[in-house]
Design a protein around this ligand. Sequence first.
Ligand code: FES
Ligand SMILES: [Fe+2]
Length: 445
Amino acid sequence: MAPSGDALDSLVDWERGLISPEIFWSSEVYERELERIFLRTWQFLAHESQFQKPGDFFQTFIGNDPVLVVGQADRSVKAFINSCRHRGMKVCRADSGNSRAFTCTYHGWSYDIAGKLINVPSHADAYYGELEMEQWGLVPVPRIETYKGLVFGNFDEGAPSLLEYLGDMAWYLDALLDRREGGTEFLGGVHKIRHQGNWKFAAEQFAGDTYHALITHASAFEATADPTAAKRLNLATEARQYSSRAGHGLAGFADGDNTLSIDRMRALSRDHQLVADYYASTTAEVIDRLGKERAGALAFGAATVFPNLSYLNGTIANSSIGVFLPKGPNDFENWRFGIVDRAAPPEVKQAMARNMHVWPLGLADADDGENWSTMGTNMKGVMVRRTKLNYQMGVGHERDDDPKYPGRIGSQYYGEGPQRGYYRRWLDFMTSDAWPRLTPQAATA
Ligand code: FES
Ligand SMILES: [Fe+2]
């Protein structure tokens, strides 16, 4: 399959909700994604709290490019391709830490924390003193911008600002990032799980697939949640789905003051009780800051910032950021970071860290991974790949003029509007040579 624009159009019919599994399998589609999606979109790199001192570093990826993110002396953050300019060896091999410089272990070229080449062994003898070291610094990620603690990078000089890129997703993100004065911090550490499947399986699921939770996670819910609280939810009316023309998506419960969500946390353990009490005790403050819609309602849910950054907000007494890093068409890593209000008491932060190991790490991520890896294996089948998949749930039942929530809104628990919106945006990127800017009118088209 040649991935021309026309061919891609025939693979993704987002309007009718028909998608070809080829987009989860084809190497040509995948290579095109690395260029057109990963090198042009704002890519989540790290949280500012990971860089307390100059030289603090964290290693991640943009697409398949290894990226070294480093805290600078002026408290700003820079990012570089972690590849030595001499032969392409990694100049930093640790996942995270602090360093005054990065010295390549192959021949010893050394770079400072701003990416400048500062030492070349035997420069005078081997290079006759002629190598122009200022020309051979690490390749920077040219654009770095932050949104309320989250650090993003973008290789495309022509992309709009991060804020413009997020659009009304920023309004929803605030329910995670701006609940309290001081914002958030990461709990420390990152959990990495590898799945045999396509990275979009995970990204589209977090954008809006509440449908799977009741089946895929049935036993996990039974083990962790108060069943009477779950029964009190009316799924037909007490949830919302948000999709944005920019490809972002979110789904969550809309139970006003979150009492049901908070009650559901209490059942499991003392740690869950502690966090439920914390949420209950901060509800009034958050309503003051963000208003009732965001303090309650969709605050508790799952979301995807296009294309591969997802989060769970307040789910089973903790919040986490997930990023889905492609390793091949049928291979990806799910990296998950715990995120907490900086102002939360230490015992609540510790309880959240422990809760995160129960859900999502211990239960939900394993449940989801089983689906994604089995779907990935299925895609090996030729007939499987020739058969379109159904994304039609709720077609025509979303509105763009919800009085409370910005974006395109589905007014119940079930729906695949966010997934259709996700692939609509995916198609924009995959088929446009120029950066696919959205006009204000396009937002509701
Ligand atoms: S590859 Fe880094 S010094 Fe040679
Ligand atoms: Fe799930």
